[in-house]
Design a protein around this ligand. Structure first.
Ligand SMILES: Cc1cc2nc3c(=O)[nH]c(=O)nc-3n(C[C@H](O)[C@H](O)[C@H](O)COP(=O)(O)OP(=O)(O)OC[C@H]3O[C@@H](n4cnc5c(N)ncnc54)[C@H](O)[C@@H]3O)c2cc1C
Length: 598
């Protein structure tokens, strides 16, 4: 057993990192009815240097992709032909986000995620290889590794000589990662741990040379034995590490996904990542930034498949005209165009937050992941529908796009977990206020001041709606809609907290609505920021008509969704909905039977 107090942490001082208690968060502030405009404006456009670097990387990637990437073939064969991964290594992108001091490119989050998007749009399976290595596999070493660990692993990760994987999920613990059973026991002489357990669904397992593995270490906490999640860097070729068979998956088929078994694997103490008990924090931090890559890959994937649908809609004729001339097809094209514009804007604003540092971006990356992953799945479906019968054929890319895009709603935190994270984190501060108020009402005579202040604050909030100050005047109406949504959300949250108290922690019907409203608010704000910048750089509204049109369609659409969700906090059918679900779960039948079957 290790003592919690004997933290001989070799984790170095942390670079950025999201520290929710100290650093400002745009989305958490929204739950309080505030718009932290300085976190979102000015729009974080790429610098000239970043643009030049990006162009060079994308050109090199395109040349490689033209020669080596055949996504349909990879999908059909369920693997990458020889040379494909090596070609990616030769481009130098395996170390794109690794600091230059460790042999990487040191790219900003804006550049890194754009490249991620391009790889994702070209071949989603290859993108999983790239992301599992860099966004999550060796990211923990980048963020939390000691100097020795960084020197030992990162230069080889940067070249692709060492491929990394991330081992968190287990048979009994997926979303509830803390319930993991994998265990690491410190040797009597304190030189190494023996790590045992089973991890499942591990991307890159078959290629990996090194894993970041999360395991519990039993510590002595005030005389009681407690298990603390701890991170380890584990040699994938060490004795005791074995792999399961390749999973046969619905999509991203060429990516290598397997179970990994650890049987008393000898892990030197020098390879513990961070302190004992810091593992869960490390996992969350890694996933917080990793999610942004998925968001960008989803948005660019959506664009790519819609581009196919566009070409088809133009060329395919029915009833004597192109199908693209029918309004039901046009609606699909335009909605996806507008939502891609919104997803790109949100991902860049979030990447800007990562690059600025000192900002808690955990909710914004979750927002981007949910918004873009659901967009990509919808867009693939719409593209398939536009293609009609051929959309269903394996000879065309549409059905693969539907299958490939589906995973993004599941991994790196399911979208349900992301919504719960957004709502529960957002509720924290208003919840504390409401709790203080609850306590004050118990002893009202002594707490007149507190109640008075609170009510005054509340009244102020009720009459004073937040305002945007940096939005271009041409978007005044749209800015007002977003400000109204922020105001209404804060009032709705406060009302729900007063009515339900801490019971809200279990009320996911409400949490889902709050999260959906917060998602639309952040994305719409990013659209305002981007479009303001677009108007300024184009030299006027006329010159930025395409972008302004996107904003004028997206923001009211997002506002209407947010308004519906906020109204639903009070007026809803939740009790009935729950009764139907519970009855179905009990009977095993989905609601009332069909009349013919009674
Ligand atoms: C192709 C692929 C690659 C993967 N790669 C990796 C990897 O490299 N490393 C790694 O560690 N893991 C990886 N995973 C695992 C992935 O992260 C998990 O599948 C995911 O976190 C969900 O866990 P689960 O499958 O156990 O589902 P569960 O947690 O059992 O969830 C099942 C359903 O219940 C919902 N649910 C669960 N809890 C709640 C709740 N509290 N409230 C509301 N709904 C809830 C979920 O949203 C989901 O819809 C991969 C998975 C796949 C399919």
């Amino acid at each position: 057993m290790t003592s919690v107090d004997s933290h001989d942490s070799h984790g170095s001082a942390q670079p950025h990192i999201a520290a929710p208690d100290i650093n400002p968060s745009f989305t958490k502030s929204v739950f309080l009815g505030e718009i932290r405009e300085e976190l979102v404006f000015p729009f974080p456009a790429l610098s000239a240097d970043e643009s030049e670097t990006l162009r060079a990387i994308l050109d090199a990637f395109h040349a490689y992709a033209k020669e080596r990437i055949d996504s349909a073939k990879f999908d059909h064969e369920g693997q990458f032909p020889p040379g494909v991964r090596e070609g990616l290594h030769e481009l130098g992108v395996m170390g794109l986000s690794i600091p230059e001091a460790y042999g990487g490119f040191g790219a900003s989050a804006k550049v890194y995620n754009r490249v991620f998007g391009e790889i994702g749009a070209t071949d989603p399976a290859l993108c999983v290889y790239f992301g599992a290595h860099q966004s999550i596999g060796c990211k923990g070493i980048m963020l939390f590794g000691s100097e020795e660990q960084k020197q030992k692993y990162l230069p080889r990760c940067a070249t692709g000589e060492v491929v990394a994987g991330f081992c968190l999920t287990e048979p009994g613990s997926g979303s509830d990662a803390q319930a993991m059973k994998t265990h690491a026991v410190l040797s009597d002489d304190g030189t190494h741990y023996l790590l045992s357990g089973t991890k499942i669904w591990i991307s890159n397992a078959g290629y990996a040379d090194v894993f970041t593995v999360f395991a519990k270490v039993t510590v002595d906490a005030g005389g009681k034995a407690k298990d603390r999640v701890t991170a380890f860097i584990v040699d994938a070729h060490a004795a005791g590490v074995t792999l399961g068979k390749r999973e046969e998956k619905m999509g991203i088929k060429a990516s290598d996904t397997r179970a990994v078994f650890f049987d008393k694997v000898h892990v030197p103490v020098e390879d513990r990542l961070g302190a004992v008990g810091q593992g869960f924090h490390i996992a969350l931090e890694v996933l917080n930034s990793g999610r942004l890559g998925l968001a960008t890959a989803s948005a660019f994937g959506a664009r790519r498949i819609m581009r196919e649908a566009l070409a088809y809609a133009k060329q395919r004729e029915q009833f004597g005209r192109s199908i693209g001339s029918f309004e039901m097809i046009q609606r699909k094209l335009a909605t996806n165009a507008v939502e891609c514009y919104a997803a790109d804007s949100a991902a860049l604003v979030a990447a800007g937050m990562v690059d600025r540092g000192g900002i808690d971006y955990s909710l914004e990356t979750a927002v981007c992941k949910v918004f873009a992953s659901e967009l990509a799945f919808r867009a693939s479906n719409d593209a398939l529908q536009i293609a009609g019968g051929i959309g269903y054929s394996k000879e065309f890319p549409y059905e693969q796009a539907v299958r490939d895009s589906r995973i993004n709603l599941i991994f790196e935190g399911t979208n349900e977990i992301m919504r719960a994270l957004i709502a529960l984190s957002g509720l924290q501060q208003p919840g504390e206020r409401a709790k203080a108020l609850g306590a004050a009402f118990k002893d009202p005579l002594r707490s007149i001041g507190a109640i008075g202040n609170y009510l005054a604050g509340r009244a102020r909030r009720q009459i004073k709606k937040p305002e945007f100050k940096n939005v271009h005047p041409a978007l005044e109406r749209e800015a007002d809609l977003v400000a109204t949504a922020v105001h209404d959300l804060a009032l709705g949250v406060e009302d729900a907290l007063i009515r339900h108290g801490k019971g809200i922690i279990e009320m996911q019907f409400l949490q889902e609505r709050m999260a959906n409203a917060a998602i639309d608010i952040f994305v719409a704000t990013a659209v305002l920021s981007r479009t303001t910048w677009e108007i300024e750089r184009a030299g006027g509204v006329e010159a930025a008509t395409a972008q302004v049109d996107c904003a004028r369609v997206f923001v009211p659409m997002a506002y209407r969704r947010a308004r519906r969700n906020i109204r639903g906090l009070r007026r809803n059918q939740d009790a009935r909905v729950q009764a139907i679900a519970v009855a179905s779960l009990e009977s095993g039948e989905l609601g009332p039977k069909a009349p013919q079957d009674e």
